[in-house]
Ligand binder design. Structure first.
Ligand code: ATP
Ligand code: MG
Length: 388
């Protein structure tokens, strides 16, 4: 028989071991809790029937539920296709198998949440399965990124093909334009032509000329974009260039009541840039404005060209504001106007290249572009460029 002292000592030893174990348990559960609280993954535990007994914070935010809504419900009902998940759960629990699979859950708001999932059987000390643990990583954003990459790749390919086609079209269109000019001259001087016929022919030839000019405009823009045309940078007077651009657009303004208002800062403002390129930018903004005003059909349409100097930053900038009292841009379209080939104009009137290309050019010049638009009221584009 052990003496009282021996029993006392053993008891003390056991108590110490127990307290040590308690400490380890405390630390482990603290560690687990912090992992479960902070992980962005969807981590859950079910009983052997697949009913949820735990659902982590990451899962709550990934699927939009709170634990109170999920407690006791079947995990399979959170999947987009419950029977698929049910069979995986069965394999995990009944066959004690670890499952790795991609699966789609449904967010509370109905959207799909694609996940890479691991299901692990949970056993007790007697090796009996008492449920399972699931860890799922949301790969929805990654999948979209992958799809975007493929799309960008395909777009680049389309771009390469398009630039080849554009290149091939450029010359025949130029020839057609020149021949139209020549036919025009012949028709004007031709003898023995009925005057009515002559006028009709002249109008037709003029149309050919105008339309080929349009084509060349489009091919020119595309080509300059694709091959990043050679730049010759000079110091340009922004005010003069804006006025020249308006002059260029006189034919477009001819049959309209659009009033052009200049509101320039005193003196000259010089910008280092390629003249043709910057002109292309201004042409696009001003012709977009003219179109918007015409579309509104307002008799007193107005386009205002303003400049401001801003020398508060590191380098002095000029702010060029082009505002119109046109139709404005709908909220939905405001998100899309910088997309390549986005246009609300009918076929033949717009290609949807003006804004994305202009933004690119402005960015390359070290500037920035923004806009404000009120549907039905008008639009203001704000171009900021460094002053030379
Ligand atoms: N000042 C504006 N007022 C109203 N809508 C505008 C204005 N500027 C641009 N938009 C909208 O943005 C779209 C895209 O403009 P963008 O200049 O890129 O192409 P586009 O004018 O349609 O064609 P392109 O310039 O290639 O001939 C336009 O179709 C129009 O819907
Ligand atoms: Mg345009």
């Amino acid at each position: 028989m052990e003496s009282n002292e021996v029993i006392q000592a053993k008891l003390k030893e056991t108590a110490e071991a127990l307290s040590e174990q308690k400490e380890v348990l405390h630390q482990t559960s603290g560690f687990l809790e912090s992992v479960l609280e902070n992980s962005k993954d969807i981590i859950f535990r079910t009983n052997s029937d697949g009913a949820l007994v735990f659902f982590g914070k990451g899962g709550e935010s990934a699927l939009g539920y709170v634990w109170e809504e999920l407690s006791g419900s079947d995990i399979k009902d959170l999947a987009e296709k419950p029977p698929d998940l049910e069979s995986l759960v069965n394999t995990c629990i009944k066959d004690k198998e670890v499952i790795r699979k991609e699966i789609t859950f449904r967010h509370k708001n109905g959207s799909a949440v694609h996940c890479r999932m691991v299901l692990l059987p949970l056993t007790n000390t007697r090796e009996e399965v008492i449920g399972m643990t699931g860890v799922c990583r949301d790969i929805t954003a990654w999948r979209k990124f992958k799809a975007d990459l493929i799309r960008v790749d395909r777009l680049a390919e389309v771009g390469r093909i398009a630039s080849g086609i554009v290149h091939e079209l450029n010359n025949p269109v130029a020839v057609i334009g020149e021949i139209a000019g020549w036919i025009g001259a012949v028709v004007s001087d031709a003898e023995g032509l009925d005057e009515e016929d002559r006028e009709e022919l002249k109008t037709s030839v003029r149309h050919i000329g105008e339309q080929t000019k349009r084509c060349r405009n489009i091919t020119g823009q595309l080509l300059s974009f694709v091959r990043e045309s050679k730049l010759t940078t000079t110091s340009l007077d922004a005010h003069e260039l804006l006025k020249e651009t308006v002059d260029l657009l006189t034919p477009e303004l001819k049959f309209t009541d659009v009033e052009i208002v200049y509101n320039f800062v005193q003196g000259t403002v010089f910008i280092d840039s390629d003249k043709q390129l910057l002109e292309q930018v201004f042409v696009n903004f001003i012709s977009n404005a003219v179109y918007a005003v015409k579309e509104k059909g307002d008799k007193r349409g107005r386009i205002t060209l303003e400049t401001y100097l801003d020398d508060t930053g590191k380098s002095p900038m000029v702010e060029i504001k082009i505002s119109d009292t046109g139709v404005g841009i709908s909220r939905a379209d405001q998100k899309k106007i910088y997309e390549y080939f986005f246009t609300t104009k009918p076929p033949g009137k717009g290609t949807g290249l003006g804004l994305p290309i202009s933004r690119d050019i402005i960015k390359n010049l070290g500037g920035s572009l923004s806009f404000e638009s009120e549907p039905g009221e008008g639009t203001t584009f704000n171009i900021r460029l460094p002053v030379s």
